[in-house]
Design a protein around this ligand. Structure first.
Ligand SMILES: Cc1cc2nc3c(=O)[nH]c(=O)nc-3n(C[C@H](O)[C@H](O)[C@H](O)COP(=O)(O)O)c2cc1C
Ligand SMILES: C=C(O[C@@H]1CC(C(=O)O)=C[C@@H](OP(=O)(O)O)[C@H]1O)C(=O)O
Length: 392
């Protein structure tokens, strides 16, 4: 499985093409839209989310709700494009009128300055921000929804949630293990559309509200957990095959993510070996099992069969309504950075995006390892392999 996305934030469309999804998989636009809504209605987003109604069109690769095995093309329309038709027009040369909304004072922390230098966009840094915008993550979540549909067929469940927003920590922030993600989903799914009794959501909401009033931005951490992955996906034999490394890359590839860890992660650095390694047990019914899951479901770049636990660090949003020091790229004079309409925090949406990215990597690993032309054959192959693992 591989995919590619295209689209500018204020251009007409966002697009993704996915190759390598088995035939016979049940897939509808509703299944994808549910995930898009989770990303879109996350708390702390700005006015853009009021304009958009993210819904997907399936343009190829699916017929009568079943995948064909051919490339799947997904498309999400940018409703905001109506307000930007002249500014984004690909077919007319730049004029004073259609070059309104130029960005000449790069925002610290965004891609503006370095992207401008690299691609010689000295006339307008909008040429950078249109693609560096996290609008692109709408398609990653759409691709992730397809990946999740594949994983569901073989009993793999993936769920992401917010651990903390700035200083406000969810009660869930310490979790490293779960038999089922249903319980977890029940308490995290509704955040942040309503305050919850448990899990510190109210506190997180308060931090976001205050940050907005202060014209500031805030970051946090998210956690993704996956249950049901077969043992031995990924490999230790080559650096490029390590699945934990692929997931780390996938997480840090999301806009604003600046760190990643697995299981006990950075906390393990303060512990001793006998507090960290997951001891090995065996019984006739289950085969090999572990007493703990401090290593987050990976050994040697391979899945152990334990719950996969991945965390990501999200920095605060770079665009500030009380902007920081910058320099005009035309005059080289000191100026405050440009202000673009912006979110207060990306952490809440980022949890959904991180979940999608983990799902994509897990699905890719499954589809690489097994015969994946058809979904039923994939399920048969996985079942045979699981039995081989159990009886080892
Ligand atoms: C869901 C989401 C929404 C974001 N919204 C904004 C935003 O409104 N304004 C902004 O300046 N940055 C926003 N960002 C962050 C920028 O896209 C990101 O910082 C920028 O592309 C530079 O990349 P880097 O932070 O990975 O280095 C958002 C990120 C995510 C994940
Ligand atoms: C459009 C989305 O996020 C955008 C990500 C983003 C950025 O700089 O990353 C900046 C903002 O863009 P705009 O100025 O158009 O409001 C966000 O709204 C989205 O997530 O759908």
């Amino acid at each position: 499985m591989r995919y590619m996305t295209a689209g500018e934030s204020h251009g007409p469309e966002e697009v993704a093409i996915i190759e390598g999804i088995p035939s016979g998989l049940n897939l509808t636009s509703d299944m994808i839209d549910q995930e898009l809504a989770r990303r879109q209605h996350a708390y702390g987003r700005g006015q853009r989310q009021v304009i958009e109604t993210d819904t997907v069109s399936i343009l190829s690769g699916v017929r009568h709700q079943k995948t064909l095995g051919s490339p799947i093309t997904l498309n999400v329309h940018n409703d905001d494009h109506n307000h930007w038709t002249k500014i984004m027009d690909p077919n007319t040369p730049a004029t004073a009128e259609n070059s309104m909304r130029k960005v000449m004072r790069p925002r610290p922390g965004h891609a503006d300055l370095v992207g401008g230098i690299k691609y010689r966009h000295q006339a307008d840094l909008r040429n950078v921000l249109e693609r560096s915008s996290a609008r692109e993550t709408v398609m990653r979540v759409a691709v992730g929804a397809v990946a999740k549909a594949v994983l569901r067929e073989i009993g793999v469940d993936v769920h992401g949630f917010v651990r903390n927003v700035g200083p406000a920590k969810s009660d869930l922030s310490r979790l490293t293990d779960f038999k089922s993600l249903d319980e977890l989903r029940a308490v995290t799914e509704s955040f942040p559309t309503r305050a919850l009794d448990a899990s510190g959501d109210e506190e997180m909401q308060t931090v976001i509200d205050k940050t907005k009033r202060d014209a500031n931005t805030v970051g946090g951490t998210v956690q993704v957990m996956a249950t049901g992955m077969p043992v031995g996906l990924g490999s230790y034999v080559a650096a490029t095959e390590k699945l934990d490394a692929k997931i780390a890359r996938a997480i840090v590839s999301i806009n604003a993510f600046k760190g990643v860890d697995f299981g006990g992660g950075f906390d393990n650095a303060e512990k001793f070996g006998d507090e960290v390694m997951d001891e090995i047990f065996w019984d006739a019914e289950n085969g090999f099992t572990r007493g703990t899951n401090n290593l987050g479901g990976f050994e040697g770049g391979m899945t152990t069969g334990g719950v996969i636990v991945v965390r990501g660090v999200v920095k605060p949003i770079p665009t500030l309504y009380r902007p920081m020091q910058s320099v005009d790229i035309d005059t080289h004079e000191n100026h405050r950075a440009s202000i673009e309409r912006s979110d207060t925090t990306a952490v809440t949406a980022a949890a959904v995006i991180a979940e999608a990215m983990v799902a994509i990597e897990l699905a890719q690993a499954v589809l690489d390892k097994f015969d994946a032309d058809n979904i039923d054959r994939l399920k048969e192959q996985v079942a045979i392999y699981r039995e081989e693992v159990r009886s080892f």
